[in-house]
Write a protein that binds this ligand. Structure first.
Ligand SMILES: Cc1cn([C@H]2C[C@H](O)[C@@H](COP(=O)(O)OP(=O)(O)O[C@H]3O[C@H](C)C(=O)[C@H](O)[C@H]3O)O2)c(=O)[nH]c1=O
Length: 191
C-alpha cells in the first residue's frame, strides 16, 4: 500500500496493493497503522457509508460543522468517479483550494479527506457504488454544504453541466464567501 500526500498535503491518496492470482484478487482496503503513520495523528472511524449513483450524479460539496466534523476515507466499489476535497479551514494557506482525483474500482485507489474539508464526487461511469468510512457520526443538524459550481473554487467536474444531476439541497448550496467561520485552521485538521 502506498500513501501519497496530495498538493494539499493533509489530503492523502492511497494506492493499495492488489494481489492477483488464478482465483481472482486480494487487497488490504484499510490499514489504521499505515494511515496514521502517513497522517501523523490518530484516526478512529466509527461509521461506514455506501451510496449508488448513475452517471452525472454529483453529490456534494458537503461537510459537518465542528464538533461533528468528519474525516472520510473514500473508495469506489464499482465504476469511476471524480472525487473532490476543498479546504475550507479559515486561515489555511490552501483555503479555497481543492484536490480532484479519479477513483475507480479497477485501481482501488482511495482518498483520505480530513476534517475541515468539503467533499463531493461526480459519477463518470454508467453507475458507481461509493463506499466510505467517517470518524464522526452523521449529524443532520450539523450537515452543511458548499456550491459545487462556485467560481471561487474553479472545480472542473469533467462533465457538461447539462449532464449533472444534483439533489435539491445541492442545487442551492452557499458560496465559499458565504460560509463564515465554519472551520478555523490550527496548523492541522483536528477540529
Ligand atoms: C450522509 C448521511 C445521510 N443519511 C441519510 C439522509 C438522507 O435521508 C439520505 C441521503 O442523504 P444525502 O442526500 O445527504 O446523501 P449524499 O448526498 O450522498 O451525502 C453525502 O455526500 C457526500 C459525498 C459526502 O461526503 C457526505 O458523506 C454526505 O453528505 O441519507 C444518513 O442516514 N446518514 C448519513 O451519514
Amino acid at each position: 500500500m502506498q500513501l501519497i500526500p496530495q498538493a494539499i498535503p493533509d489530503v492523502v491518496l492511497i494506492e493499495p496493493k492488489v494481489h492477483g492470482d488464478a482465483r481472482g484478487y486480494f487487497v488490504e482496503t484499510f490499514r489504521k497503522d499505515r494511515l496514521e503513520q502517513a497522517l501523523g495523528y490518530p484516526v478512529s472511524f466509527c461509521q461506514d457509508n455506501e451510496s449508488f449513483s448513475s452517471r452525472g450524479v454529483l453529490r456534494g460539496l458537503h461537510f459537518q460543522l465542528p464538533p461533528h466534523a468528519q474525516a472520510k476515507l473514500v473508495r469506489v466499489l464499482d465504476g469511476e468517479v471524480l472525487d473532490v476535497a476543498v479546504d475550507i479551514r479559515q486561515g489555511s494557506p490552501t483555503f479555497g483550494q481543492h484536490v480532484a482525483v479519479r477513483l475507480d474500482a479497477q485501481s482501488k485507489r482511495q482518498l483520505f479527506v480530513p476534517r475541515g474539508f468539503a467533499h463531493g464526487f461526480v459519477v463518470l461511469s454508467e453507475t458507481a457504488r461509493f463506499a466510505y468510512k467517517v470518524d464522526n457520526y452523521y449529524s443532520p443538524e450539523s450537515d452543511r454544504g458548499l456550491a459545487f459550481d462556485d467560481p471561487a473554487l474553479g472545480i472542473d467536474w469533467l462533465l457538461p453541466s447539462e449532464q449533472l444531476l444534483l439533489s435539491a439541497k445541492d442545487q442551492q448550496q452557499p458560496l465559499l464567501s458565504q460560509l463564515g467561520e465554519a472551520f478555523v485552521y490550527q496548523g492541522g485538521t483536528h477540529d
